[in-house]
Design a protein around this ligand. Structure first.
Ligand SMILES: Nc1ncnc2c1ncn2[C@@H]1O[C@H](COP(=O)(O)OP(=O)(O)OP(=O)(O)O)[C@@H](O)[C@H]1O
Ligand SMILES: Nc1ncnc2c1ncn2[C@@H]1O[C@H](COP(=O)(O)OP(=O)(O)OP(=O)(O)O)[C@@H](O)[C@H]1O
Ligand SMILES: [Mg+2]
Ligand SMILES: [Mg+2]
Lengths: 227, 227
Protein backbone atom coordinates (compact mmCIF):
# COMPACT_ATOMS: atom_id res chain seq x y z
CA UNK A 1 0.00 0.00 0.00
CA UNK A 2 2.82 2.37 0.92
CA UNK A 3 6.35 2.18 -0.42
CA UNK A 4 8.99 4.71 0.59
CA UNK A 5 12.33 4.39 -1.19
CA UNK A 6 15.42 6.34 -0.18
CA UNK A 7 13.51 9.27 1.34
CA UNK A 8 15.66 12.29 2.17
CA UNK A 9 14.28 15.34 3.98
CA UNK A 10 16.64 18.24 4.52
CA UNK A 11 15.68 21.49 6.26
CA UNK A 12 17.78 24.60 5.76
CA UNK A 13 18.08 27.11 8.57
CA UNK A 14 20.35 30.08 8.04
CA UNK A 15 23.46 28.60 6.48
CA UNK A 16 23.12 25.10 7.89
CA UNK A 17 21.33 21.91 6.91
CA UNK A 18 19.30 19.61 9.16
CA UNK A 19 18.98 16.07 7.78
CA UNK A 20 15.67 15.12 9.36
CA UNK A 21 15.24 11.94 7.27
CA UNK A 22 18.24 10.07 5.83
CA UNK A 23 17.59 7.45 3.19
CA UNK A 24 14.41 6.07 4.75
CA UNK A 25 12.97 3.05 2.92
CA UNK A 26 9.81 1.45 4.23
CA UNK A 27 7.01 -0.79 2.98
CA UNK A 28 3.65 -0.69 4.75
CA UNK A 29 1.02 -3.19 3.66
CA UNK A 30 -2.73 -2.53 3.66
CA UNK A 31 -4.12 -3.39 7.07
CA UNK A 32 -0.87 -3.12 9.03
CA UNK A 33 -0.74 -1.58 12.52
CA UNK A 34 2.62 -0.06 13.34
CA UNK A 35 4.17 2.23 15.92
CA UNK A 36 7.06 4.64 15.33
CA UNK A 37 9.23 5.54 18.30
CA UNK A 38 12.54 7.29 18.89
CA UNK A 39 14.18 10.20 20.70
CA UNK A 40 12.88 13.73 20.56
CA UNK A 41 14.08 15.29 17.29
CA UNK A 42 14.73 11.96 15.54
CA UNK A 43 12.40 12.67 12.61
CA UNK A 44 9.15 10.95 13.60
CA UNK A 45 6.82 13.88 12.86
CA UNK A 46 8.73 14.57 9.64
CA UNK A 47 8.27 10.95 8.54
CA UNK A 48 4.56 11.08 9.36
CA UNK A 49 4.17 14.36 7.46
CA UNK A 50 5.79 12.80 4.38
CA UNK A 51 3.52 9.73 4.68
CA UNK A 52 0.50 12.03 5.07
CA UNK A 53 1.41 14.04 1.95
CA UNK A 54 1.81 17.15 4.10
CA UNK A 55 5.48 17.48 3.24
CA UNK A 56 7.53 16.53 0.18
CA UNK A 57 10.85 14.70 0.36
CA UNK A 58 13.95 16.32 -1.16
CA UNK A 59 14.92 12.97 -2.69
CA UNK A 60 13.52 9.46 -2.92
CA UNK A 61 10.15 8.10 -3.98
CA UNK A 62 6.74 7.63 -2.35
CA UNK A 63 4.30 5.18 -3.95
CA UNK A 64 0.79 5.09 -2.50
CA UNK A 65 -1.38 2.19 -3.70
CA UNK A 66 0.92 1.67 -6.65
CA UNK A 67 0.86 5.30 -7.71
CA UNK A 68 3.90 7.56 -7.54
CA UNK A 69 2.71 10.49 -5.45
CA UNK A 70 6.13 12.09 -5.01
CA UNK A 71 5.75 14.55 -7.85
CA UNK A 72 2.04 15.43 -7.59
CA UNK A 73 0.85 19.02 -7.73
CA UNK A 74 -0.39 20.59 -4.48
CA UNK A 75 -4.09 20.42 -5.31
CA UNK A 76 -3.83 16.77 -6.31
CA UNK A 77 -1.94 15.97 -3.09
CA UNK A 78 -4.68 17.74 -1.15
CA UNK A 79 -7.35 15.66 -2.88
CA UNK A 80 -5.61 12.34 -2.18
CA UNK A 81 -5.07 13.41 1.43
CA UNK A 82 -8.71 14.41 1.96
CA UNK A 83 -10.08 11.21 0.47
CA UNK A 84 -7.73 8.61 1.86
CA UNK A 85 -5.89 9.79 4.94
CA UNK A 86 -6.88 10.69 8.48
CA UNK A 87 -4.11 12.70 10.18
CA UNK A 88 -3.83 13.47 13.88
CA UNK A 89 -1.32 16.28 14.43
CA UNK A 90 1.07 16.39 17.39
CA UNK A 91 -0.40 19.79 18.24
CA UNK A 92 -3.88 19.26 16.86
CA UNK A 93 -4.23 22.26 14.51
CA UNK A 94 -7.86 22.85 15.43
CA UNK A 95 -9.68 25.85 13.98
CA UNK A 96 -9.88 28.35 16.87
CA UNK A 97 -13.12 30.00 15.74
CA UNK A 98 -15.04 26.72 15.43
CA UNK A 99 -16.54 24.63 18.21
CA UNK A 100 -15.38 21.09 18.98
CA UNK A 101 -18.30 19.73 16.99
CA UNK A 102 -17.69 22.04 14.03
CA UNK A 103 -14.01 21.07 13.99
CA UNK A 104 -14.88 17.37 13.86
CA UNK A 105 -17.48 18.02 11.18
CA UNK A 106 -15.25 20.12 8.94
CA UNK A 107 -13.84 17.35 6.68
CA UNK A 108 -17.36 16.02 6.14
CA UNK A 109 -18.65 19.47 5.21
CA UNK A 110 -15.77 19.89 2.73
CA UNK A 111 -16.54 16.47 1.25
CA UNK A 112 -20.23 17.33 0.73
CA UNK A 113 -21.60 14.75 3.16
CA UNK A 114 -25.38 15.26 3.82
CA UNK A 115 -26.33 17.02 7.10
CA UNK A 116 -28.27 14.01 8.44
CA UNK A 117 -25.32 11.67 7.86
CA UNK A 118 -22.92 14.22 9.38
CA UNK A 119 -25.12 14.44 12.48
CA UNK A 120 -25.15 10.63 12.83
CA UNK A 121 -21.37 10.36 12.62
CA UNK A 122 -20.89 13.34 14.95
CA UNK A 123 -23.14 11.81 17.60
CA UNK A 124 -21.19 8.57 17.43
CA UNK A 125 -17.77 10.24 17.57
CA UNK A 126 -18.71 12.65 20.37
CA UNK A 127 -19.95 9.70 22.43
CA UNK A 128 -16.92 7.53 21.65
CA UNK A 129 -14.55 10.21 22.86
CA UNK A 130 -16.53 11.46 25.85
CA UNK A 131 -16.99 14.89 24.27
CA UNK A 132 -20.79 15.13 24.27
CA UNK A 133 -21.00 17.87 26.88
CA UNK A 134 -18.08 19.79 25.31
CA UNK A 135 -19.44 19.81 21.75
CA UNK A 136 -20.22 23.52 21.84
CA UNK A 137 -16.88 24.59 23.38
CA UNK A 138 -14.20 26.21 21.24
CA UNK A 139 -10.59 24.96 21.54
CA UNK A 140 -9.67 27.69 24.07
CA UNK A 141 -12.53 26.43 26.25
CA UNK A 142 -11.27 22.85 26.28
CA UNK A 143 -8.60 21.05 28.28
CA UNK A 144 -5.48 19.82 26.48
CA UNK A 145 -6.70 16.25 26.40
CA UNK A 146 -10.14 17.30 25.19
CA UNK A 147 -8.48 19.14 22.27
CA UNK A 148 -6.50 16.01 21.52
CA UNK A 149 -9.66 13.93 21.39
CA UNK A 150 -11.33 16.45 19.07
CA UNK A 151 -8.32 16.18 16.73
CA UNK A 152 -8.61 12.39 16.71
CA UNK A 153 -12.36 12.42 16.12
CA UNK A 154 -11.87 14.86 13.24
CA UNK A 155 -9.30 12.54 11.64
CA UNK A 156 -11.77 9.64 11.78
CA UNK A 157 -14.90 11.47 10.65
CA UNK A 158 -14.44 10.55 6.97
CA UNK A 159 -13.79 6.91 7.75
CA UNK A 160 -10.32 6.93 6.16
CA UNK A 161 -8.49 3.65 5.55
CA UNK A 162 -5.09 5.12 6.43
CA UNK A 163 -4.71 6.71 9.88
CA UNK A 164 -1.53 8.57 10.80
CA UNK A 165 -1.46 9.67 14.44
CA UNK A 166 1.32 11.81 15.93
CA UNK A 167 1.47 11.27 19.72
CA UNK A 168 -2.32 10.69 20.04
CA UNK A 169 -2.16 10.03 23.80
CA UNK A 170 0.47 12.60 24.78
CA UNK A 171 -1.99 14.76 26.72
CA UNK A 172 -4.23 12.01 28.02
CA UNK A 173 -4.33 10.16 31.32
CA UNK A 174 -3.70 6.45 31.06
CA UNK A 175 -7.36 5.44 31.11
CA UNK A 176 -8.47 7.92 28.43
CA UNK A 177 -5.39 7.01 26.37
CA UNK A 178 -6.39 3.35 26.43
CA UNK A 179 -9.91 4.28 25.27
CA UNK A 180 -8.51 6.32 22.38
CA UNK A 181 -6.20 3.49 21.31
CA UNK A 182 -9.15 1.07 21.42
CA UNK A 183 -10.97 3.23 18.88
CA UNK A 184 -7.91 3.50 16.61
CA UNK A 185 -7.44 -0.26 16.88
CA UNK A 186 -11.03 -0.85 15.88
CA UNK A 187 -10.25 0.97 12.62
CA UNK A 188 -7.41 -1.53 12.23
CA UNK A 189 -9.72 -4.50 12.96
CA UNK A 190 -12.04 -3.24 10.24
CA UNK A 191 -9.18 -3.42 7.72
CA UNK A 192 -7.60 0.01 8.07
CA UNK A 193 -3.89 0.80 8.11
CA UNK A 194 -2.76 2.57 11.30
CA UNK A 195 0.61 4.20 12.07
CA UNK A 196 1.10 5.76 15.50
CA UNK A 197 4.05 7.92 16.56
CA UNK A 198 4.43 7.67 20.30
CA UNK A 199 6.85 8.25 23.18
CA UNK A 200 4.91 5.85 25.40
CA UNK A 201 6.44 2.36 25.29
CA UNK A 202 3.17 0.80 26.49
CA UNK A 203 1.30 2.36 23.58
CA UNK A 204 4.09 1.47 21.13
CA UNK A 205 4.07 -2.16 22.27
CA UNK A 206 0.40 -2.57 21.28
CA UNK A 207 1.28 -2.40 17.60
CA UNK A 208 2.04 -5.49 15.52
CA UNK A 209 5.11 -3.87 14.06
CA UNK A 210 7.45 -1.47 15.86
CA UNK A 211 9.75 0.90 14.03
CA UNK A 212 12.44 2.91 15.75
CA UNK A 213 13.98 6.10 14.35
CA UNK A 214 17.24 7.63 15.51
CA UNK A 215 18.68 10.75 13.92
CA UNK A 216 16.60 10.40 10.75
CA UNK A 217 17.25 6.69 10.13
CA UNK A 218 15.25 3.53 10.72
CA UNK A 219 17.41 1.57 13.19
CA UNK A 220 14.87 -1.07 14.16
CA UNK A 221 11.84 -2.70 12.49
CA UNK A 222 10.36 -5.59 14.48
CA UNK A 223 7.22 -7.59 14.03
CA UNK A 224 5.55 -9.42 16.89
CA UNK A 225 4.27 -12.93 16.33
CA UNK A 226 0.93 -13.53 14.68
CA UNK A 227 1.29 -10.28 12.69
CA UNK B 1 4.32 29.67 51.15
CA UNK B 2 1.08 29.00 49.26
CA UNK B 3 -2.35 28.76 50.85
CA UNK B 4 -5.45 28.17 48.75
CA UNK B 5 -8.76 28.30 50.64
CA UNK B 6 -12.06 27.26 49.10
CA UNK B 7 -11.04 28.05 45.50
CA UNK B 8 -13.90 27.99 43.00
CA UNK B 9 -13.36 28.41 39.27
CA UNK B 10 -16.44 28.46 37.07
CA UNK B 11 -16.36 28.87 33.29
CA UNK B 12 -19.47 29.96 31.43
CA UNK B 13 -20.07 28.71 27.92
CA UNK B 14 -23.28 29.73 26.24
CA UNK B 15 -25.91 29.24 28.90
CA UNK B 16 -24.12 26.60 30.92
CA UNK B 17 -21.55 26.55 33.70
CA UNK B 18 -18.44 24.38 33.96
CA UNK B 19 -17.18 23.98 37.54
CA UNK B 20 -13.50 23.44 36.81
CA UNK B 21 -12.39 23.82 40.45
CA UNK B 22 -14.75 23.10 43.34
CA UNK B 23 -13.77 24.27 46.81
CA UNK B 24 -10.06 23.49 46.46
CA UNK B 25 -8.05 24.10 49.63
CA UNK B 26 -4.32 23.41 49.59
CA UNK B 27 -1.24 24.40 51.57
CA UNK B 28 2.14 24.18 49.85
CA UNK B 29 5.22 24.85 51.96
CA UNK B 30 8.41 26.48 50.66
CA UNK B 31 10.67 23.79 49.25
CA UNK B 32 7.99 21.17 48.62
CA UNK B 33 8.02 18.99 45.49
CA UNK B 34 4.58 17.83 44.45
CA UNK B 35 2.86 16.23 41.49
CA UNK B 36 -0.75 16.79 40.41
CA UNK B 37 -2.46 14.01 38.51
CA UNK B 38 -5.98 13.18 37.41
CA UNK B 39 -8.17 12.46 34.39
CA UNK B 40 -8.25 14.64 31.30
CA UNK B 41 -10.53 17.59 32.05
CA UNK B 42 -10.31 17.26 35.84
CA UNK B 43 -9.00 20.82 36.42
CA UNK B 44 -5.21 20.36 36.63
CA UNK B 45 -4.26 23.14 34.18
CA UNK B 46 -6.88 25.40 35.74
CA UNK B 47 -5.41 24.80 39.20
CA UNK B 48 -1.90 25.51 37.92
CA UNK B 49 -3.08 28.70 36.20
CA UNK B 50 -4.62 29.92 39.48
CA UNK B 51 -1.39 29.06 41.36
CA UNK B 52 0.62 30.86 38.67
CA UNK B 53 -1.55 34.01 38.91
CA UNK B 54 -2.57 33.53 35.27
CA UNK B 55 -6.21 33.11 36.22
CA UNK B 56 -8.36 34.44 39.05
CA UNK B 57 -10.73 32.27 41.09
CA UNK B 58 -14.44 33.18 41.21
CA UNK B 59 -14.42 32.54 44.96
CA UNK B 60 -11.98 31.59 47.67
CA UNK B 61 -8.63 33.02 48.71
CA UNK B 62 -4.99 32.69 47.54
CA UNK B 63 -2.24 33.73 49.91
CA UNK B 64 1.31 33.74 48.52
CA UNK B 65 4.09 34.17 51.10
CA UNK B 66 1.55 35.52 53.57
CA UNK B 67 0.14 38.08 51.18
CA UNK B 68 -3.41 37.90 49.84
CA UNK B 69 -2.94 37.96 46.08
CA UNK B 70 -6.55 37.13 45.23
CA UNK B 71 -7.63 40.70 44.66
CA UNK B 72 -4.51 42.20 43.06
CA UNK B 73 -4.70 44.37 39.98
CA UNK B 74 -3.48 42.91 36.70
CA UNK B 75 -0.20 44.80 36.55
CA UNK B 76 0.66 43.86 40.12
CA UNK B 77 -0.15 40.18 39.40
CA UNK B 78 2.11 40.37 36.36
CA UNK B 79 4.92 41.78 38.48
CA UNK B 80 4.65 39.09 41.15
CA UNK B 81 4.52 36.45 38.42
CA UNK B 82 7.59 37.76 36.61
CA UNK B 83 9.67 37.97 39.76
CA UNK B 84 8.72 34.81 41.57
CA UNK B 85 7.22 32.19 39.31
CA UNK B 86 8.53 30.06 36.45
CA UNK B 87 5.62 28.63 34.45
CA UNK B 88 5.84 25.86 31.86
CA UNK B 89 2.65 25.81 29.77
CA UNK B 90 1.02 22.62 28.54
CA UNK B 91 1.32 23.98 25.01
CA UNK B 92 4.43 26.10 25.51
CA UNK B 93 3.22 29.52 24.27
CA UNK B 94 6.53 30.31 22.58
CA UNK B 95 6.84 33.51 20.54
CA UNK B 96 6.70 32.36 16.88
CA UNK B 97 8.87 35.18 15.51
CA UNK B 98 11.71 34.60 17.98
CA UNK B 99 14.37 31.91 17.89
CA UNK B 100 14.72 29.25 20.60
CA UNK B 101 17.48 31.30 22.20
CA UNK B 102 15.52 34.56 22.04
CA UNK B 103 12.50 32.84 23.58
CA UNK B 104 14.57 31.55 26.49
CA UNK B 105 16.20 34.97 26.92
CA UNK B 106 12.96 36.97 26.87
CA UNK B 107 12.20 37.03 30.63
CA UNK B 108 15.80 38.12 31.30
CA UNK B 109 15.57 40.91 28.74
CA UNK B 110 12.30 42.11 30.32
CA UNK B 111 13.93 42.02 33.77
CA UNK B 112 16.88 44.13 32.60
CA UNK B 113 19.54 41.47 33.10
CA UNK B 114 22.93 42.49 31.58
CA UNK B 115 23.82 40.96 28.18
CA UNK B 116 26.92 39.18 29.52
CA UNK B 117 24.94 37.54 32.33
CA UNK B 118 22.14 36.60 29.90
CA UNK B 119 24.70 34.97 27.61
CA UNK B 120 26.13 32.95 30.51
CA UNK B 121 22.72 31.66 31.60
CA UNK B 122 21.70 30.95 28.01
CA UNK B 123 24.81 28.87 27.35
CA UNK B 124 24.15 26.83 30.48
CA UNK B 125 20.45 26.28 29.72
CA UNK B 126 21.02 25.43 26.05
CA UNK B 127 23.60 22.84 27.09
CA UNK B 128 21.44 21.40 29.89
CA UNK B 129 18.57 20.80 27.52
CA UNK B 130 20.50 19.64 24.47
CA UNK B 131 19.42 22.66 22.45
CA UNK B 132 22.81 24.12 21.51
CA UNK B 133 22.54 23.31 17.83
CA UNK B 134 18.90 24.45 17.66
CA UNK B 135 19.43 27.84 19.32
CA UNK B 136 18.83 29.74 16.09
CA UNK B 137 15.71 27.81 15.06
CA UNK B 138 12.27 29.33 15.42
CA UNK B 139 9.45 27.25 16.97
CA UNK B 140 8.17 26.12 13.57
CA UNK B 141 11.64 24.78 12.86
CA UNK B 142 11.77 22.67 16.00
CA UNK B 143 10.35 19.27 16.90
CA UNK B 144 7.56 19.08 19.52
CA UNK B 145 9.93 17.93 22.22
CA UNK B 146 12.48 20.62 21.35
CA UNK B 147 9.73 23.27 21.75
CA UNK B 148 8.88 21.75 25.13
CA UNK B 149 12.48 22.00 26.27
CA UNK B 150 12.66 25.65 25.13
CA UNK B 151 9.55 26.36 27.22
CA UNK B 152 11.13 24.75 30.27
CA UNK B 153 14.45 26.56 29.83
CA UNK B 154 12.58 29.85 29.50
CA UNK B 155 10.72 29.19 32.77
CA UNK B 156 14.02 28.62 34.56
CA UNK B 157 16.02 31.48 33.05
CA UNK B 158 15.20 33.91 35.89
CA UNK B 159 16.04 31.37 38.59
CA UNK B 160 12.54 31.44 40.11
CA UNK B 161 11.90 29.81 43.49
CA UNK B 162 8.44 28.55 42.47
CA UNK B 163 8.22 26.35 39.37
CA UNK B 164 4.83 25.31 37.98
CA UNK B 165 5.12 22.83 35.12
CA UNK B 166 2.10 21.62 33.12
CA UNK B 167 2.91 18.22 31.53
CA UNK B 168 6.64 19.04 31.07
CA UNK B 169 7.47 15.61 29.61
CA UNK B 170 4.34 15.07 27.50
CA UNK B 171 6.22 15.32 24.19
CA UNK B 172 9.50 13.79 25.28
CA UNK B 173 10.90 10.29 24.98
CA UNK B 174 11.58 8.59 28.30
CA UNK B 175 15.28 9.39 28.36
CA UNK B 176 14.90 13.09 27.57
CA UNK B 177 11.99 13.28 30.03
CA UNK B 178 14.21 11.90 32.80
CA UNK B 179 16.87 14.50 31.97
CA UNK B 180 14.31 17.30 32.16
CA UNK B 181 12.97 16.05 35.50
CA UNK B 182 16.55 15.90 36.84
CA UNK B 183 16.95 19.61 36.09
CA UNK B 184 13.61 20.50 37.72
CA UNK B 185 14.56 18.39 40.73
CA UNK B 186 17.85 20.23 41.03
CA UNK B 187 15.85 23.43 41.49
CA UNK B 188 14.06 21.60 44.29
CA UNK B 189 17.36 20.46 45.86
CA UNK B 190 18.48 24.06 45.87
CA UNK B 191 15.44 25.03 47.94
CA UNK B 192 12.85 25.76 45.24
CA UNK B 193 9.20 24.78 45.31
CA UNK B 194 8.17 22.60 42.38
CA UNK B 195 4.67 21.53 41.28
CA UNK B 196 4.35 19.27 38.24
CA UNK B 197 1.10 18.36 36.48
CA UNK B 198 1.59 15.05 34.73
CA UNK B 199 -0.27 12.13 33.16
CA UNK B 200 2.80 9.90 33.55
CA UNK B 201 2.60 7.84 36.75
CA UNK B 202 6.38 7.31 36.73
CA UNK B 203 6.96 11.06 36.68
CA UNK B 204 4.26 11.65 39.28
CA UNK B 205 5.77 9.08 41.62
CA UNK B 206 9.07 10.98 41.76
CA UNK B 207 7.46 13.76 43.81
CA UNK B 208 7.44 13.77 47.63
CA UNK B 209 3.78 14.61 47.68
CA UNK B 210 1.15 13.43 45.21
CA UNK B 211 -2.16 15.21 44.70
CA UNK B 212 -4.98 13.76 42.66
CA UNK B 213 -7.77 15.82 41.13
CA UNK B 214 -11.08 14.42 39.89
CA UNK B 215 -13.80 16.64 38.51
CA UNK B 216 -12.41 19.80 40.09
CA UNK B 217 -11.82 18.38 43.57
CA UNK B 218 -8.77 17.15 45.44
CA UNK B 219 -9.56 13.50 46.12
CA UNK B 220 -6.13 12.38 47.27
CA UNK B 221 -3.13 14.07 48.91
CA UNK B 222 -0.36 11.63 49.88
CA UNK B 223 3.15 12.18 51.15
CA UNK B 224 5.86 9.59 50.75
CA UNK B 225 8.15 8.87 53.68
CA UNK B 226 11.07 11.20 54.41
CA UNK B 227 9.19 14.12 52.88
N1 LIG C 1 10.86 23.35 9.51
C1 LIG C 1 12.03 22.92 10.03
N2 LIG C 1 13.16 23.63 9.82
C2 LIG C 1 14.32 23.22 10.35
N3 LIG C 1 14.50 22.13 11.10
C3 LIG C 1 13.39 21.38 11.35
C4 LIG C 1 12.11 21.75 10.85
N4 LIG C 1 11.20 20.82 11.29
C5 LIG C 1 11.90 19.93 12.02
N5 LIG C 1 13.21 20.27 12.06
C6 LIG C 1 14.27 19.53 12.72
O1 LIG C 1 14.25 18.20 12.19
C7 LIG C 1 14.46 17.25 13.25
C8 LIG C 1 13.30 16.25 13.25
O2 LIG C 1 12.11 16.91 13.65
P1 LIG C 1 10.79 16.10 13.98
O3 LIG C 1 9.74 17.11 14.31
O4 LIG C 1 10.49 15.15 12.87
O5 LIG C 1 11.21 15.24 15.26
P2 LIG C 1 10.35 14.27 16.18
O6 LIG C 1 10.99 12.94 16.13
O7 LIG C 1 8.91 14.35 15.82
O8 LIG C 1 10.58 14.89 17.62
P3 LIG C 1 9.60 14.98 18.92
O9 LIG C 1 9.58 13.62 19.50
O10 LIG C 1 10.33 15.99 19.77
O11 LIG C 1 8.26 15.46 18.45
C9 LIG C 1 14.57 18.02 14.55
O12 LIG C 1 15.92 18.05 14.95
C10 LIG C 1 14.07 19.42 14.21
O13 LIG C 1 14.81 20.44 14.87
N1 LIG D 1 -11.96 28.79 29.08
C1 LIG D 1 -12.78 27.74 29.36
N2 LIG D 1 -14.12 27.84 29.13
C2 LIG D 1 -14.94 26.81 29.40
N3 LIG D 1 -14.55 25.63 29.92
C3 LIG D 1 -13.23 25.47 30.16
C4 LIG D 1 -12.28 26.51 29.89
N4 LIG D 1 -11.04 26.05 30.22
C5 LIG D 1 -11.22 24.81 30.68
N5 LIG D 1 -12.53 24.46 30.65
C6 LIG D 1 -13.11 23.20 31.10
O1 LIG D 1 -12.73 23.03 32.47
C7 LIG D 1 -12.37 21.66 32.73
C8 LIG D 1 -10.95 21.61 33.29
O2 LIG D 1 -10.02 22.01 32.32
P1 LIG D 1 -8.46 21.82 32.55
O3 LIG D 1 -7.79 22.40 31.33
O4 LIG D 1 -8.05 22.40 33.85
O5 LIG D 1 -8.31 20.24 32.61
P2 LIG D 1 -6.99 19.33 32.75
O6 LIG D 1 -7.13 18.55 33.99
O7 LIG D 1 -5.77 20.18 32.59
O8 LIG D 1 -7.13 18.37 31.50
P3 LIG D 1 -6.00 17.70 30.52
O9 LIG D 1 -5.40 16.61 31.32
O10 LIG D 1 -6.86 17.20 29.39
O11 LIG D 1 -5.04 18.76 30.11
C9 LIG D 1 -12.50 20.93 31.40
O12 LIG D 1 -13.66 20.13 31.42
C10 LIG D 1 -12.59 22.00 30.34
O13 LIG D 1 -13.49 21.68 29.29
MG1 LIG E 1 7.24 15.12 16.78
MG1 LIG F 1 -4.31 20.33 31.09
Amino acid sequence: MIRLTGIERVFRVGGEEVHALRGVSLDIAQGEYLSIMGPSGSGKSTLLNVLGLLDRPNAGRYELNGRDVTGLADDELARVRREAIGFVFQFFHLVPRLTAEQNIELPMVLAGIEPAERRRRLDRLLAEYGLEDRAGHRPDQLSGGQCQRVAIARALSMGPTLILADEPTGNLDRHTGQEVMAVLERVHHEGGTVAVVTHDPEIGARAQRRIRLVDGEVVEDKRSGGG
